[in-house]
Design a protein. Structure first.
Ligand code: F3S
Length: 755
């Protein structure tokens, strides 16, 4: 049902030959990350050494995982590829669209009532194209992946940034945009810049109140939110071996918060224990046979400075529990005295109103069991929680087993709300306030990964602090940010002073995992007869129509907007309430470029229409051009399209009739996304030509009919007074990307090739 042991054995069968070859080609011992990368090359066996942080390399991932919010557009696009089935094992997980409000049963019913069309669509597409489908309530994508699909030495991609969680089971697992997932599902290679390598040597041993979460909170402090960018973080050393597999998952999960490409750990006993406990003894047996290939060469860990681009040392025996925040996950503060001082001097509210345990970061059986040991003490010692308590188990398997073992009942006795096995408050799906914008200043503590303003409850005044589940439980019970469970006493119902003892818990359930109905739907073997369910009048879903090729003649194109300064994918396709329309290209297109600053008036969403001479919103102006069949051009500054890999930022302008985006420089992923959608992503040959562009300009692409690799294009920019400038623009299209342009999109080309 769940995993594909034959696929895993195939990966292992070729691993030795590929890794040995990579070792001889590079002429050095290999890190684990390199072993996984070199054994997943699209071209098979390695034939050359790649330069870290420089070379772009085509890979062949083993799996794809999609969550419900991002899966909508990914699957709509995949449907365009004309393939009968996905090319690699793929799963879809319904976890983001479920609000936390009243408790699991009522909240799940509400989600099924309000988002049934999205769930039904995802279920029917999954069934048709051979994709495993995890129903709402089945669990959070990354917990379910860890329990069912992750395997040591594997490579996977997922349409969610915390896909990296699977590094806890020794994978190279990377979060990507929908367009990348579509490529892999359609049988195309997946391109990645060969990452740099950061080694984290863990010595000592965790004890007392310190947990794996504190390791990553410490790493976040050291590297900051940008420090891992473009790198794979590899953890090793005796401290790594001493931690549980799900604890390793927690550490890898929050690698996303330091910007790392991914994080991973070498295969060890904790992973073997976890594989066997989750009913995958055959994977453990197969992994044991290639054990040496599932961790770095001994020489690497003996002299890490020689083989990693950066090495960080953390002694777990000296590490104490941390609280990171507010508003950023890298602002680290030790629990107790340091937090007391910092909270006082920064005026952070000392009273804690909520303690939330869950999210893909910390929702394992071990997490719940350790936090419940603190909750149990509160009951035993006559304490009531001062803050409210909310729990989101990571999966139905975790929930069912935790309930069987009495863990959830302990929280419930403390009046905790047990929410659905889903993301809930972690993604803002938390009905905490009726008017979050005007809600009061307050503090909350949670075991999640992100704590940006408004992330959990929409209230810009909520100060969210990230901590381990056990510290979250202790602080919720105390109701104070400055509480130090290692030193401070609490007054119980009888007026007595009591202290909390150190947390205890089980790494894995002593009686084994159990689940009655895990929420998984296996796709039918032949999906050709499965009908895809999309209502004609749906405002959230719309089947895609293939883009028509722009063609070899572009004249009379009008300027839509000359964007000034930073223009990220969020400026191009805003998130927030617009996420509701992720699966409806036309509806979401009403947010196109509404965050971009117009260079001529420095306002957002206010541009001049050359049709009327009037100023209006960008989408309305563009729709008017489209109605007249007039092509348009977007001009941008440096690093245009930075931020995320959101494919909507390319699809929307394309859908609305923009033919070219001409900028000083691109964020590479967005540039590729524009190419995939069959439009022109161009850069000024002379950056200063940006200054030549005026508000009423018209663009003639003089030699677009000679579009060829490495040949700059010429554009005539005609100004209002009839004068014109002829400018050169560069591009990075290779021959096959020009084919995407000629066919209207990469998917059109795939479809043509499959026909
Ligand atoms: Fe969900 Fe939050 Fe993880 S949104 S996937 S629980 S980061």
């Amino acid at each position: 049902m769940a995993f594909d042991i034959d696929m895993i054995k195939k990966v292992y069968a070729s691993m030795a030959e590929r890794v040995d070859k990579a070792r001889s080609i590079t002429g050095k011992p290999l890190t684990l990350a390199e072993k996984i990368l070199y054994s997943h090359l699209w071209d098979g066996s390695p034939s050359k050494a790649f330069t870290r942080g420089k070379d772009y390399v085509d890979f062949a991932p083993d799996r794809v995982a999609c969550q419900d919010a991002t899966a909508q557009m990914a699957l709509l696009q995949f449907m365009q590829a004309g393939k009968p089935k996905v090319a690699v094992p793929t799963t879809v997980h319904c976890d983001h669209l479920i609000q936390a409000k009243s408790g699991a049963a009522a909240d799940l019913k509400h989600a099924n009532d309000t988002s049934s069309e999205v769930f039904n669509f995802l279920e029917s597409v999954s069934n048709k194209y051979g994709i495993g489908f995890w129903k709402p309530g089945a669990g959070i994508i990354h917990q379910v992946v860890l329990e069912n699909y992750a395997f040591p030495g594997g490579m996977m991609i997922g349409t969610d940034s915390h896909t990296v969680n699977a590094g806890g089971l020794g994978m190279v697992a990377i979060g990507v945009g929908g367009a990348d997932a579509v490529d892999v599902m359609a049988g195309m290679p997946w391109e990645l810049k060969f990452p740099k390598l950061i080694g984290v040597r863990l010595t000592g041993k965790l004890s007392g109140w310190t947990s794996p979460k504190d390791v990553i909170l410490k790493v976040a402090e050291i590297l900051t939110v940008k420090g891992g960018t473009g790198a794979i973080v590899e953890y090793f050393g005796p401290g790594a071996i001493s931690m549980s597999c799900t604890g390793k998952g927690t550490i890898c999960n929050m690698g996303a918060e330091i910007g790392a490409t991914t994080s991973t750990f070498g295969y060890d006993d904790s992973m073997e224990r976890y594989l066997r406990a989750t009913d995958r003894s055959d994977v453990a047996d197969a992994a044991n046979e290639v054990k040496d290939y599932l961790t770095a060469d001994a020489e690497v860990y003996a002299n890490p400075e020689q083989y990693f681009d950066q090495v960080i040392d953390i002694n777990l025996s000296e590490l104490g529990p941390l609280l990171n925040g507010p508003f950023t996950p890298d602002l680290s503060t030790s629990v107790g005295k340091e937090m007391t001082e910092k909270a006082q001097s920064n005026d952070w509210p000392m009273k804690v109103e909520w303690g939330l345990i869950g999210s893909c970061t910390n929702s394992s059986y071990e997490d719940l069991s350790r936090a419940s040991s603190i909750a149990q003490q509160a009951l035993d010692k006559g304490l009531k929680t001062k803050a409210e308590f909310g729990i989101n188990p990571g999966s139905e398997q975790v929930r069912y087993t935790a309930e069987r073992d009495g863990i959830l009942q302990v929280f419930e006795e403390l009046d905790a709300k047990i929410f659905t096995n889903a993301c809930g408050p972690c993604i803002g799906q938390w009905a905490r306030y009726s008017d979050p914008k005007n809600a009061p200043k307050n503090s909350i503590v949670h075991s999640f990964n992100r704590n940006f303003a408004k992330r959990a409850d929409g209230n810009p005044n909520t100060h969210a602090f990230v901590a381990s589940p056990e510290i979250t439980a202790a602080i919720a019970i105390a109701g104070r940010l400055d509480f130090n469970p290692m030193r401070d006493t609490l007054i119980n119902e009888n007026g007595e002073e009591v202290m909390l003892d150190e947390p205890t818990g089980w790494e894995l359930p002593p009686k084994g995992f159990e689940v009655k109905e895990n929420g998984y739907l296996e796709p039918v073997a032949d999906g050709s007869g499965v009908e895809i369910k999309v209502a004609k009048d749906s405002e959230r879903l719309e089947l895609l129509t293939p883009f028509k090729p722009i063609g070899g003649s572009i004249t009379g194109a009008k300027l839509l907007i000359k964007a000034f300064g930073k223009c990220t994918t969020d400026h191009i396709s805003m998130a927030g309430p617009w996420l509701r329309y992720r699966g409806h290209l036309d509806n979401i297109s009403d947010n196109t470029l509404i965050g971009a600053i117009n260079a001529f008036n420095k306002q957002t969403n206010f541009v001049k229409s050359q049709l009327t001479g009037e100023y209006d919103a960008v989408p309305a102006t563009q729709r008017a051009y489209k109605a007249e069949g007039i092509p348009t051009v977007v001009i941008g500054d440096h690093n245009y399209g930075e931020g995320s890999s959101r494919e909507h930022a390319a699809m929307q302008p394309r859908h609305l009739g923009v033919v070219a985006v001409i900028v000083k420089s691109f964020a590479r992923i967005h540039e590729t996304n524009l190419k995939k959608q069959g439009m022109l992503g161009l850069t000024f040959a002379n950056e200063s030509d940006y200054d030549l562009i005026q508000e009423d300009d018209t663009f003639n692409f003089v030699d677009i009919n000679e579009f060829a690799p490495e040949k700059p294009l010429t554009i005539e920019v005609v100004h209002k007074d009839g004068s014109f400038d002829t400018i050169k623009v560069n591009h990075t299209y290779n021959a096959s990307q020009i084919e995407w342009y000629n066919e209207g999109s990469a998917l059109n080309l795939i479809k043509k090739e499959n026909a």
